[in-house]
Write a protein that binds this ligand. Structure first.
Ligand SMILES: [Zn+2]
Length: 272
């Protein structure tokens, strides 16, 4: 056995392993990862009325809602879009009752997910946008409705929506926010079309109910879900299969509601 050769081979394998780990760890936190956002956009496509579908096709061309959904994250690499950063979330302290939460939104004038989602909806409804602005606001809408259904985007200010809560996911260090953005969705090992096929089951009554609920109600649901998530974890917890088992249902429900409600909004804006 040539030990020198063996040594060099091992060194090379070790180097490749380090590089693989380095490049596989995402460097930023982005709302639902690409998969989650695509699931929401793709489910919405299933529930558009023909008029809304045609209007959206005129705006986006061949780009699907699923593929347009992550644009608002991709542009974060361009500094000129930095002002959009706070549009993706709204941090609210824990312990608010339903009426306190509603009052909080009522008084809210900050630059955040709630006020900007309302702005995007009213701009699209105005009917007087340039083509370029229509594309801009439509892509933002698809993304922000997704974020509104990621419970950790309604997290507490003191831990930055779970970003400061250190946990590990199957032995890899991460944080609670990212578990909900990415790890839990990716753990299912489904493409976004497979994920949609697996969860896109609703009754007419469910869709009617979800589509009629105003944005404030969605946000309250996400807020309530965030409280459940916070109570299920503490600093430095090691999350494994049991975490997936406990929360996969909640995650799928949020993705499904996000998609159906996005379709409801789009039918309302473009399909009348
Ligand atoms: Zn986002």
């Amino acid at each position: 056995m040539d030990f020198t050769l063996l040594f060099y081979r091992m060194k090379r394998v070790f180097f490749l392993l380090i590089m693989a780990v380095f490049f596989c760890v995402p460097l930023n936190t982005f709302g639902w990862g690409m998969l989650g956002h695509r699931v929401v956009g793709g489910i919405a496509e299933h529930h558009l009325n023909p008029k809304a579908r045609a209007a959206i096709k005129r705006i986006l061309g061949n780009e699907s809602l699923a593929m347009a959904a992550s644009w608002a994250d991709f542009i974060k690499s361009d500094r000129s879009y930095d002002y959009l950063g706070p549009w993706h979330y709204i941090n609210v302290s824990s312990g608010k009752s339903y009426s306190q939460f509603m009052q909080y939104l009522q008084d809210d004038t900050a630059t955040d997910l709630f006020t900007k989602l309302n702005l995007v909806i009213s701009e699209l409804k105005s009917g007087k946008l340039s083509k370029e602005k229509q594309v801009f606001y439509l892509k933002l809408l698809v993304h922000l409705v997704g974020d509104a259904h990621q419970p950790m985007h309604m997290g507490r200010p003191e831990d930055k929506g779970g970003n400061d809560i250190r946990v590990s996911w199957f032995g890899r260090p991460t944080n609670l926010h990212r578990v909900w953005d990415e790890h839990l969705v990716e753990f299912q090992q489904l493409s976004y079309t497979e994920h949609i096929a697996a969860i896109n089951f609703t009754t007419v009554a469910q869709r009617d109910k979800w589509m009629r609920q105003p944005v404030k109600e969605w946000l309250y649901e996400s807020y309530a879900a965030a409280q459940k998530i916070y109570s299920g974890v503490k600093m430095d917890d090691k999350l494994w299969y049991d975490y997936n088992f406990q929360f996969v249902g909640l995650m799928n429900e949020q993705l499904l509601k996000g998609g159906v409600r996005l379709a409801g909004l789009l039918n309302n804006i473009f399909g009348k």
